[in-house]
Design a protein around this ligand. Structure first.
Ligand code: GUN
Length: 278
């Protein structure tokens, strides 16, 4: 029987744990969520992050800035938040308008307040095994995998996708868990054959139902990071109906990895507040 991994339930438990840890810590973690412009999807994400943070006792504030704000003005706002002692986490919702250099903005955030884990310093810390803030979606995937499998040592892990937000940090976290890691991408030769070697297969490409049954080894664990909308319905990067019967376990879309991302953001905000107190 295939286990359908319940990310919604796991995320609720993680949020409850974070709430409890915040109460015990005596901290009042502060999170600033910066939204530039009025992309409707980003507005929904930001509202959800703000609301989830408040529910666990994080003092969240959403800072809405005009789509035509200059890069210099945005950087000045970030400098202000970096100095603000009540703010422990800063998140700039992506994508940013075209006239703004995303990397420059991310790297202007104090790395110790970078709760998205996107700053080059945090990427470098992760790559060299130093403590730092880790991107929320890959962190959520690792928590689900460790909950299911315990020790991941020696497993073959294949990550499809090489983005800075998911693919690369995911591969790095799996490596830190002693997996043998392959990063596959759009130029990979024989992608189905590479994926079929995986004990753990993580799909993070943004192509609806791309991963088919013949890409998946019998008994593999499949983590679907994709969130695609097809004919008004959400689906992942994995063709769930045909892949699920072959798996030991699989995350559904929705209700798999998705809810873990915000739960990990809250965990990162608490971790940032703890680190900054020291
Ligand atoms: N846009 C899409 N995903 C994310 C995310 O995880 N963090 C931020 N800041 N923006 C995003």
């Amino acid at each position: 029987m295939t286990k359908i991994i319940n990310g919604k339930e796991f995320a609720a438990k993680l949020r409850a744990l974070t709430l409890k840890e915040i109460e015990v810590s005596g901290l009042k973690p502060g999170l600033a969520v910066v939204l530039v412009g009025n992309d409707p999807a980003s507005e929904v994400y930001v509202r959800n992050k703000d609301a989830a943070a408040r529910e666990v006792g994080i003092a969240a504030e959403t800072i809405k800035l005009a789509a035509d704000i200059s890069q210099a003005e945005l950087l000045a706002k970030i400098a202000e938040l970096n100095k603000d002692k009540k703010i422990h986490g800063i998140l700039v919702q992506l994508p940013l308008p075209k006239h703004i250099d995303e990397k420059a903005v991310i790297n202007a955030i104090d790395p110790d307040k970078d709760v998205d884990g996107f700053h080059v310093i945090n990427a470098g810390r992760a790559f060299t095994g130093q403590a730092g803030l880790v991107p929320c979606t890959p962190l959520g995937c690792i928590l689900l995998l460790k909950d299911l499998l315990g020790d991941l040592s020696g497993m073959n892990a294949v990550v499809i996708g090489r983005s800075n937000i998911v693919g690369k940090p995911m591969a790095n976290l799996l490596l830190a868990e002693n997996c043998t890691v392959t990063i596959a991408h759009s130029k990979t030769r024989d992608l189905p054959g590479v994926c079929a070697q995986a004990d753990i297969l993580v799909a993070a490409v943004g192509r609806p139902k791309m991963v088919k049954a013949n890409w998946v080894k019998e008994g593999a664990v499949v983590i679907d990071v994709g969130i695609n909308r097809v004919d008004g319905k959400l689906c992942g990067d994995v063709d769930f109906d045909e892949v699920a019967p072959k798996c030991r376990a699989i995350t559904p879309v929705p209700g798999g990895v998705g809810p873990m991302t915000i739960a990990c953001l809250l965990k990162n905000t608490l971790d940032a507040a703890r680190r900054l107190r020291k």
